[in-house]
Design a binder for this molecule. Structure first.
Ligand code: FAD
Length: 408
């Protein structure tokens, strides 16, 4: 079978990319190893995704937003960062950004469900589900994607969105910087006695990092706890009643009694940054290109941004009658997405390292950083612009650089 583009992976990035190309005239195959039923009604994976203003706009344009129920959309009004036993932390207030809120919170499974429903209605996208990609070969004459269950797809361009542990990236010989933080992150929806008032918390305690993400219901939040793997294994073995008491105590009873209200989902914390995002007739998008540590809540936001950048380049090529696989086009995507993501990727790695290091020097540095940050308005505004900017959260100096490169 022949297509213009084969997309590998129907996760949020691959699905949004397919949707972004709707109406472009390109024939697309979307290959996913999961069965169709798991894509139509994805299992709750516990992740609540913080969405920036720019991402919200993209989700609206793609038609996903309209497919979310009102009770699936949480408001992220303000955010607070606490260190150790401090009662008052560094506040990020929506008013300083001149916005009614800093962002939104959406469940990952709701995003996946909405994205799949959008793509399922597109006649130009052939969905090949329950099929794992085996080999990928690209060359000057075209690209071939072999499926483990048999059969080969031919295409002009292959786009891999097959997760941060992308087999396709490896098969194409693209190396990646991988950083294993040696920690496990538990995400768990909980009900609590004290309302969250739509404020997210990030709390860096000794031996643990805790976060609280406010959901639609005023008394329900997503609890995010980061621990070394042995301590996490012990925690996961507890029954609900004991776990509830342990978590209420870890939050120093600030939320009152807490009740488990969703599945316990644990994730190993590994950051990944591909050395290259493109090769001959090949591109990486989503986590396969940039797999962020969740602490700065930018993995999917970057995934959305990257797919939109590549889709825009491809549409322009189609309109101009130019090849969609041209090295110059792919290089433009690579350059723009690297510029947009690399600084925050590196800053996140540093931050995650600093805030999960309980040795005394690190504790002193973060106390100083939080103290200075709390006093300095410009620092706060810089962090908030990542959430509230309408143009992809790319800091102004990078936007200027990007513009000058485009005109060069
Ligand atoms: C705990 C947690 C919290 C997070 N919070 C946030 C947040 O607040 N904000 C934010 O922006 N991001 C957040 N993220 C990141 C976000 O969830 C990811 O960036 C996003 O889900 C990545 O989407 P993706 O489509 O690139 O990859 P994935 O979701 O990993 O999807 C990859 C798809 O490819 C398929 N696949 C893999 N290999 C093959 C193959 N060989 N053949 C066929 N199919 C294949 C898989 O089955 C899967 O469906 C968080 C992540 C975690 C773990």
């Amino acid at each position: 079978m022949s297509f213009d583009i084969v997309i590998i992976g129907a996760g949020p990035a691959g699905l949004c990319f397919a949707r972004s190309l709707a109406g472009s005239g390109l024939r697309i195959a979307l290959v996913e190893r999961q069965e169709e039923a798991a894509l139509v009604a994805p299992a709750d994976d516990g992740r609540e995704i913080a969405i920036t203003h720019h991402s919200q706009r993209l989700l609206r344009e793609l038609g996903l937003w309209a497919r979310l129920r009102e009770d699936e959309i949480g408001t992220l009004r303000d955010a607070m960062v606490l260190d150790g036993e401090d009662r008052d932390g560094l506040m990020f207030r929506h008013g300083e950004a001149g916005k009614p809120q800093l962002g939104w919170l959406l469940s990952n499974h709701a995003i996946r469900r909405a994205a799949y429903a959008e793509v399922a209605g597109l006649p130009e996208v052939e969905r090949i589900t329950g099929a794992r990609v085996g080999a990928v070969r690209t060359g000057s004459d075209g690209a071939e994607v072999s499926l483990d269950r048999g059969g080969t797809l031919h295409a002009q361009l292959v786009v891999a969105a097959d997760s941060r542990f992308s087999d396709t990236r490896r098969a194409m010989g693209i190396a990646a910087d991988m950083h294993d933080f040696g920690k496990t992150m538990l995400v768990l929806r909980m009900r609590h006695e004290v309302p969250h008032e739509q404020v997210a918390w990030e709390w860096f305690g000794v031996g643990q990092t805790l976060a609280l993400l406010p959901l639609h219901d005023a008394y329900t939040s997503s609890v995010v706890l980061t621990l070394p793997p042995p301590a996490m294994r012990e925690l996961l073995a507890l029954d609900d009643a004991v776990l509830e008491a342990v978590l209420a105590e870890r939050f120093r009873q600030r939320l009152g009694a807490m009740k488990v209200a969703g599945p316990r989902c644990a994730y190993p914390l590994v950051g990944v940054y591909a050395k290259r995002f493109v090769a001959e007739r090949f591109a990486l998008i989503g986590d396969a290109a940039v797999g962020m540590h969740p602490v700065t809540a930018h993995g999917f936001n970057f995934g959305l941004l990257g797919q939109a950048t590549l889709a825009r380049e491809l549409r322009a090529a189609v309109d101009a009658g130019r090849p969609i696989w041209s090295p110059a086009l792919l290089q433009r995507y690579e350059r723009e997405h690297r510029l947009a993501t690399r600084p925050l990727y590196l800053a996140t790695r540093m931050l995650a390292g600093l805030y999960t290091d309980d040795r005394r020097p690190a504790r002193v540095v973060r106390k100083l950083a939080l103290g200075a940050g709390a006093r300095l308005g410009p620092f706060r505004r810089l962090v908030m612009s990542g959430l509230t900017a309408d143009r992809g959260g790319v800091p102004a100096p990078l936007r200027l650089l990007r513009r000058s490169q485009r005109s060069a």
